[in-house]
Design a protein around this ligand. Sequence first.
Ligand code: ATP
Ligand code: MG
Length: 379
Amino acid sequence: MRDRTLLQNLRGIVFYRSEPGGKVTAFGDGRELLAAYTRADGTVDVRAWLDAIHPDERLDYLAFEARRQAQAGEFTMEYRVRDPRSGAYRWVRETGYVVITKEGQVCYDGYLLDTTASKEQERSLRAASDAALAASRTRGEFLANMSHELRTPLNAIIGFAELIRAQAFGPLGQQRYLDYAEDIRAGADHLLHLVEDILEFTRSESGGSELKETTVSVGDSVAAALRLIRDQADRKKLDVDVDVVPDLPHLRADERKLRQILLNLLTNAVKFTPAGGRVTVSAYCGDAPDADMVVEIRDTGIGIAQKDLERVMEPFTQVDASLSREHGGTGLGLPLSQRLAEMHGGRVELESRLTVGTTVRLVLPAIRVLPSSNPTSML
Ligand code: ATP
Ligand code: MG
């Protein structure tokens, strides 16, 4: 009795059938499906069943049927069959064993499960991921094209603004015009950097960007990035401390990309630190052969809340995204730096406390650290 109720309650159809054209005994809550194709004497109407199978799978089913009649063992096939109650096709998976009796009779012990729900889920998942992929490709192409198109006119604007400011073809007369020309140049310069960031980012996302590796001095790269933010830091009366270990080994890296990472991180430190604060840049590398190279940029700025730490690594994400926010930018600096670090096999780590400050660490893996050429440090 218990076995019987168990079989009745199954979410599919358990059946056994003796061949050829044998009687089918079915259990389970889906057995009406099979009943519709079963004759009064209990044998399955194979023709009717075959007709109910979706035309796309019918031939496969015939081959499957021929295969399992020819050999004992396990069988499994998934196909669509018309449900006589609704007229709609349902996906079913037919699995089981071919049993050959002592008398040489072929029998099936099988299980028929309705897999429509999981098939549909699979299909909508695939459609969603296809759509996401297409959307991201379109976005990438759009950004790359737009950035590229913007670059040419921007360069012209910068060039002519510089000519005007230099009064190359005669005096402007009014100091105010000179100031405007400078504003035009600065504005266009800012836009150009933004456009280049976007271009670089889409390139790094599509894997179209490569490393141009050379031997790089971290100290020189830090100094070069510092020169570019010095003005801004002075204007905000920030203390900028540099602590680069003197005989720091060289790196095998893409110098331009390394400088870009440092510039992005330093710009953030200066931008998000209120007047009178302090920015400290240090670079170090342990003596052990597996020691990573670390450039650390610490600030005493506004900090980032714990809940936002992961978010700011996403492209176009800013903690304060309101139109009235006081700091400019697009939200590409950190994600781009992370990508560029990853291209080197490294990473960017963020540590921060709201109102206390932020520490950003650029970690470059030991395999990028070149053996020191300084003989004293070899001892
Ligand atoms: P962009 O770098 O593209 O000009 P951005 O500086 O806003 O714009 P990211 O550098 O990616 O973009 O930084 C994302 C966000 O993370 C910033 O908007 C800011 O909210 C936060 N952030 C980054 N660095 C710091 C920092 N040193 N101190 C406080 N907040 C920071
Ligand atoms: Mg930034």
